[in-house]
Each structure stands twice: as C-alpha cells, then as structure tokens.
Write a protein that binds this ligand. Structure first.
Ligand SMILES: Cc1cc2nc3c(=O)[nH]c(=O)nc-3n(C[C@H](O)[C@H](O)[C@H](O)COP(=O)(O)OP(=O)(O)OC[C@H]3O[C@@H](n4cnc5c(N)ncnc54)[C@H](O)[C@@H]3O)c2cc1C
Length: 399
C-alpha cells in the first residue's frame, strides 16, 4: 500500500476538477487529482462531451490564473449579444425579439464559447506542464477520514493520500459528499436536454439566441465556423419523453422538427454532430464544506442550462477557494478558510439556483395564457433600461 501526502487532493477530473487542479498547481500548491473515467479529448471519439460551455467574463480571470486562457482563446467564439425570442403564440413564430447587447454594460463581450471536449484537451495538456500536479485518470476516491489537522483519502488503487484540503469536484452524485453525509435538495422537472452542433447559412454574428415556446428553451450558441460554414451549438430542452422521441428520429425528420422549433432564425439548420441527451435537475448541497473538505461545482450545485450558469458558478467557487488559499497558505484547509468559503458561496449559490429554477419553469409553460404572461414580462423587463442593465450584470455574476 503506497502512502503519500499532498497539499490538495481533488476528487473528480471533470471540467471543474481539472480547472481547479490547474489553478492550485499554478499557484504553487502540490495537487493530486483523480478520476475513474479518463477524459475524452477528441470531439469525434466515442464518449466525447458534445456540450459547449459559454464562459462569462468573470470566469476569464480564473482561467488566466490557471494558465488556461492563452491555450483556450484561439478556439473561442465570442458572445456579444444574448437574444431572447418568445415564440409562444398559437403559431411557432417569433412574436417578441429582444437583444441584450454586452456593449450596454461593458466594452467586452458577455463571454466566450468552447466545446467541452476541447476544454478537457487543453486542461489535461496544461496539467502535463505543471510539475506541482499529478493527474491520475482511471482512479477513484473510495473513502475519506478526516481529523482537525488533515484528511486521509483512500484511492481505488489502494493508495492512501494525506491532504490538507480535499476538494470534492466529483459531480452531482459526489462520493465525497456522500461519505461526509451532506444532504442535497433536488428539484426535478421531468425534462431533458439534447445537445449537438449544427451548421447554417446565415452567420450568427456572435449572437446567442434563446427561443422560448414550451417544454424549455431552444438555445443556439455561436461556435467558430465548421468546414467554412457558420456553426452553432444547440441545447434543446423538452419533456423527457419528447427528448427520447426526438433523439430517436432519423436525421432528416429530426432536422425538419428542429427547423420548425428554431423558427428558421439562422436559416435551415443542418446537423453536424451526433445528438447527446442530458437529464435536467436543480440541486443544492445542504453545506459546501466538511472538516478539511470543500465541495465545489456539480458536487455542490446543479442547474438547468439556462443563461450559461453551471460551470461559471463552479469557477466562482474556485475563485473564492483560490483567493482564500493564497491569502493564508498555512491555513489551507483549516476551519477558518472553510467557514469563509461556506459564508461567501452558499447563500449566493442558493439564490442563483432559485433564480434559474424560476426561469426554467417559466420557459416550460404550456398554456397559452401563461405563455402570453411570460411574453409580457419579457417586454416590460426589457423596456426599463436600468432594470435591463441590472439583469445583465446579475446574469454575468458582476455587481
Ligand atoms: C446541455 C448542457 C449545457 C450546458 N451549458 C453550459 C454553459 O454554457 N455554461 C456553463 O457554465 N455551464 C453549462 N452547463 C453545465 C456544465 O456542463 C456542468 O456544470 C459541468 O460540465 C459539470 O462539471 P463538473 O466538473 O462539476 O462535473 P462532471 O463533469 O460531472 O465531473 C465530475 C467528475 O467526477 C468524476 N467522479 C465521480 N466519482 C468519482 C470518485 N469517486 N472519485 C473521483 N472522481 C469521481 C466523474 O468521473 C466525472 O469525470 C451545461 C450543462 C448541460 C447539461
């Protein structure tokens, strides 16, 4: 049995765990990061994550600190305008179109969009450059024992690692969270999301478009051109049975349905990847800390993919953890650091999850009266300029 010690043990090498490993490793902490599932780093490979992540601009500073931004920037598609379309009338056509332009609040775009498989590729490459980080794909955390002074983590290869801080980034069913007996509050919608990429004849002009009718939003997020054609990532949310039906349709029938749902806003869409299906829930952990342990990302909070919040909230967790760790290196993983983390993140996370839950429920509305109310609310919120700007800042997570 091998025994070793490290400053930080990260359970989970999804996008959040890998970003955390890069950030702490870049700050000079020794890091071991484990994940039972080796990351798929090629978009065409079986099991590749075909979702994309729109990083909002507060996330860029964290990616810079982690030494990731310079690697990612050449692959970015900027998001300058967030267009909200209400197509909730009796006929599926746009009846209200509102553009939220980043220029109203900043000289920067709202954010930058990247395929998730590419994030993994660049993050794994960054870790290979960091002598402070040992990334171990194929290995899981299996047990955790903590004392005031340190945590002892057992790994699936039998190794025992002593760490000053354990970061649980092991997803919505987090092993570490369960070992610590931290409960979760989960909301289910009976809803799933289809995620895939398309090409289209009309350029997107860096506009991300969210179309609301019923069942959930249909969102087009800009991607760099694909084989010389304008391209977008799509997240299409619907009830579970409807997503199962859509996912099983032959390609041409699927394209016909998708073109009805998109209201042809970018012309006829052509499927460019396979379709992947994701379950949709909201979930918040009862606490974000245990002795010598911090929960982050989906181990602590899960939200429906609306307004590009999920991984951005995770990088906000990381920003606070990193700031506290660097401010008091000797206090890494101690009670003071973890109490401050809990205080700075948990209420904010709960408020954001509640806000996204409300937006998702509004987008799912099926009855005509409710859909008309939703359209009227969008119209009113948009027309009051200070309110509009406040909403845009809140969406980005800046004051
Ligand atoms: C359709 C869709 C679109 C989205 N779009 C956006 C967007 O535009 N912007 C945004 O910010 N967010 C977005 N999100 C959210 C974002 O994709 C997620 O927040 C993010 O992928 C979750 O990352 P994670 O690292 O927390 O979790 P995961 O990716 O679930 O990673 C957890 C990892 O932990 C590992 N693990 C599990 N058990 C163990 C163990 N015992 N030991 C060690 N490791 C373990 C797993 O193998 C896994 O690799 C979207 C989500 C969906 C569903």
């Amino acid at each position: 049995m091998t025994r070793e010690s490290t400053d930080i043990l990260i359970s989970g090498g999804g996008p959040a765990g890998l970003a955390a490993a890069a950030a702490f490793g870049s700050a000079g902490f020794s890091v071991i990061c484990v994940d039972p599932t080796p990351p798929v780093t090629d978009g065409d490979a079986e099991g590749a994550d075909l979702r994309t992540t729109a990083f909002l601009h507060p996330s860029r500073a964290v990616l810079q600190a982690a030494g990731l931004w310079d690697r990612l920037e050449p692959h970015a598609a900027a998001l300058q305008v967030m267009r909200i379309v209400d197509a909730g009338g009796p006929v599926a056509e746009p009846r209200i179109v509102k553009d939220f332009d980043a220029a109203d609040i900043s000289d920067e775009p709202f954010g930058w969009n990247f395929p998730n498989w590419l994030l993994r590729r660049e993050m794994v490459a960054r870790l290979a450059d960091l002598p402070t980080v040992s990334f171990r794909p194929g290995i899981a955390t299996t047990a955790l024992f903590t004392r005031e002074a340190e945590a002892r983590v057992t790994l699936s290869d039998g190794a025992i690692v002593t760490a000053r801080l354990v970061v649980a980034a092991d997803g919505r069913n987090s092993t570490i969270r369960q070992v610590l007996d931290i409960g979760v509050h989960t909301l289910r919608y009976g809803q799933k999301a289809l995620a895939f990429a398309v090409t289209h004849p009309i350029p997107h002009h860096n506009i991300s478009t969210e179309i609301h009718r019923s069942g959930g939003p249909f969102t087009l997020v800009p991607l760099p051109d694909r084989n010389g054609q304008p391209a977008s990532a799509i997240v299409w949310m619907e009830t579970g049975p409807e997503v199962a039906r859509l996912a099983a349709l032959p390609e041409r029938d699927f394209e016909a349905e998708m073109n009805m749902r998109s209201c042809q806003i970018l012309g006829p869409l052509k499927l460019a990847t396979r379709r992947s299906v994701w379950p949709i829930i909201s979930q918040v952990a009862d606490r974000m800390t245990g002795e010598r342990t911090a929960l982050m990302a989906e181990a602590a909070h899960v939200v429906p993919p609306i307004g590009a919040q999920g991984l951005n909230m995770s990088l906000a967790d990381l920003r606070v953890l990193l700031e506290l760790a660097e401010a008091d290196r000797a206090g890494l993983g101690g009670a003071k650091m973890l109490e401050t983390y809990q205080r700075r993140r948990h209420l904010e996370v709960k408020a954001r999850v509640a806000g996204i839950d409300a937006l998702n429920r509004a987008s799912m509305m099926g009855g005509q009266t409710f859909r008309d109310l939703r359209a009227a609310a969008l119209d009113t919120l948009y027309s009051v300029a200070p309110l509009r700007r406040t909403m845009m800042r809140a969406g980005l997570g800046v004051r």
